[in-house]
Design a protein around this ligand. Structure first.
Ligand code: SAH
Length: 556
């Protein structure tokens, strides 16, 4: 069937009263999970904390949504993320007692079909509001995977002609049209043509099967021109191109990537040419291959894998950069501490989390590279910024030490995040408004003597300091020792900001002074900011203080 979503739907309930209906719907979609509001629908398969955010996450991840609640809640929740109608998942609302099934969004993604399936299971009539004609349009204009409509606008005009009574003939194999009662006539002027060849007449609805692959054997200057010529000289429509194929050693070739992005095609890498479709024509470095059936690119070699190192920010989803959110949505494998993977959720069906494996950072980095080298889209998750006392450096250390060409061919990216010091500083005002430094007080990876030396220099330079990893059960005395040392350089009135679990539900911000600070006020979930001699505070009208460090520094 055309344009159907392939991922299992999420059945979303608010309370336990909807669970019976949810389970009946679940029987229609093997693989679907029931998502329940934490604490209210405890027997659900997966908990979520915030209905609106959860729905938006699912929508963005292109997961079909079946929500058992009032339509208004769903409309208001999704309104901020509604975009392109050619590109959205099916969204349905079902009355929690199963009495009403309303398809809301995703007409081109098969929402009406789902509404009929669910309604049949619940023995009610679906509230289909799009007319039969639109289904007719949807089938013609969104052909099944492996086939591409040449021109949507022209297609819409074509469908209106048919609706106005024009007869039509079908040329080429199009079994998905059999269920439509098209006004067929072998003499008709209007025709649906299913063929890889270019066509350009107004009465033809061209649907191109993706039968063609371009096998690039070598790269070099002007590869793009050469490949374009090869396509132009054939009579194939560019819509019938399925992919580029290249040998494994070209995995990091920028020339090849340039050609692929110009043509909008995926690249598959394989050294096994015995399984490829037959050659149709060739140029110096590339050849066109023509298959009998639409090419399933998953059957050819592997894609270039990617490894994206992201930071979640301090905790709240709104402090995660959108590029990190996108990387998470697109990931196939997620690696990181379990808490971070939970914070990054909900996982899409099919996403694999490797939370409990490899506690050790370098091993985790190696695992990530192995997965990515096999063609997977891998995301490594840190909190805050991934480059600040976190996984990005471990990933680069592992790569630097490796001579495996497969690792070096991985598409590696590090995305920035809001680090704990920045999030804590923003809560307090602007304590990092002038020169500052970030130090980890952990002596796991460096000697304590070095930490003391750096503290002394930073203190002598009157820098504001942000302490990460200030204390832990295994490192109980270090913070006390650091404070002792600082007291030689800074007055007891020096301002101190403690940010604990910033951006998380248990967030706590404390403003105190160096004189009053004791290690007992600090734990491993705290970020400590020690002010400079210039850091100051004033009362906020609604309680508490603003803390800031002025931008200018007095001359000696
Ligand atoms: N990459 C992270 C830091 C990891 S080191 C970042 O950029 O924020 C871990 C330390 O970061 C913790 O011991 C604590 O000092 C600090 N930290 C991380 N998240 C925090 C949060 N939400 N609130 C306060 N401190 C946090």
């Amino acid at each position: 069937m055309p344009g159907l979503a392939t991922t299992a739907p999420a059945i979303v309930v608010l309370g336990a009263s909807a669970l019976d209906t949810a389970r009946r719907i679940q029987r229609v979609y093997p693989g679907a999970q029931v998502h329940g509001l934490s604490g209210r629908a405890v027997e659900a398969d997966r908990p979520y904390d915030n209905f609106g955010e959860h729905l938006r996450d699912l929508y963005r991840a292109n997961t079909p949504i079946i929500a058992l609640c009032a339509t208004g809640i769903v409309i208001r929740s999704l309104a901020p993320v509604l975009g392109d109608k050619d590109n959205e998942p099916p969204v349905l609302v079902v009355g929690e007692d199963g009495s009403a099934v309303v398809p809301l969004l995703g007409g081109l993604a098969g929402v009406n079909r789902m509404a009929r399936e669910i309604a049949a299971a619940l023995e009610v009539s679906p509230a289909i509001t799009t007319s039969g004609e639109l289904r007719f349009g949807a089938c013609l204009l969104s052909p099944p995977p492996g086939y591409v409509l040449a021109d949507l606008e022209q297609g819409k005009r074509f469908v209106s002609d048919l609706l106005a009574g024009a007869p039509v003939r079908v040329e080429g194999p199009a079994p998905w049209l059999d269920e439509l009662s098209l006004p067929l006539d072998p003499q008709a002027q209007h025709r649906v043509s299913v063929s890889p060849l270019r066509q350009d007449d107004a009465c033809t609805l061209s649907i191109h099967p993706r039968l063609i692959a371009i096998h690039v054997e070598r790269v070099g200057p002007e590869l793009d021109t050469e490949v374009q010529q090869l396509i132009d000289e054939s009579s194939f429509s560019p819509h019938s191109l399925a992919c580029l194929i290249a040998p494994l050693h070209l995995m990091s070739s920028t020339e090849l990537q340039h050609v692929a992005s110009q043509l909008g095609l995926p690249i598959r890498y394989s050294d096994d040419t015995t399984q490829l479709p037959a050659q149709h024509s060739r140029s110096q470095r590339a050849r066109l291959l023509l298959a009998d059936e639409p090419i399933d690119i998953k059957q050819i070699g592997q894609p270039r894998g990617s490894l994206t190192v992201i930071g979640l920010g301090p905790g709240a989803p709104e402090f995660m950069v959108p590029a990190a959110r996108q990387a998470l949505d697109e990931a196939q494998d997620l690696l990181g501490y379990e808490t971070y993977i939970k914070m990054a959720g909900p996982l899409r069906p099919g996403q694999v989390s490797h939370s409990s494996d490899n506690r050790e950072e370098l091993q985790r980095a190696a695992h990530a590279f192995e997965l990515a080298a096999s063609g997977r889209r891998v995301v490594v998750i840190s909190s805050g910024d991934p480059g600040v006392f976190a996984m990005a450096a471990a990933v680069l250390e592992a790569l630097h030490a490796s001579s495996d060409p497969r690792w070096h061919a991985v598409d590696l990216q590090v995305l920035p995040g809001v680090s704990a010091a920045l999030a804590t500083a923003a809560k307090a005002g602007a304590p990092l408004g002038h020169d500052f430094c970030m130090l980890s007080l952990s002596d796991n990876l460096k000697p304590w003597t070095l930490i003391e030396k750096r503290l002394e220099h930073a203190a002598a330079a009157d820098l504001v300091m942000a302490f990460y990893n200030p204390i832990s059960k295994a490192r109980p005395w270090q913070l006390g020792r650091a404070l002792e040392l600082l007291r030689h350089y800074r007055t007891p009135e020096t301002l101190v900001v403690l940010g604990r679990d910033i951006g998380r539900p248990s967030e706590a911000l404390t403003v105190t002074t160096l004189g009053d600070l004791t290690p007992e006020q600090v734990d491993m979930r705290t970020l400590v900011i020690i002010g400079s001699s210039q850091t100051c505070r004033f009362a906020k009208q609604d309680g508490g203080d603003w803390v800031y460090t002025p931008r200018s520094y007095p001359a000696d």
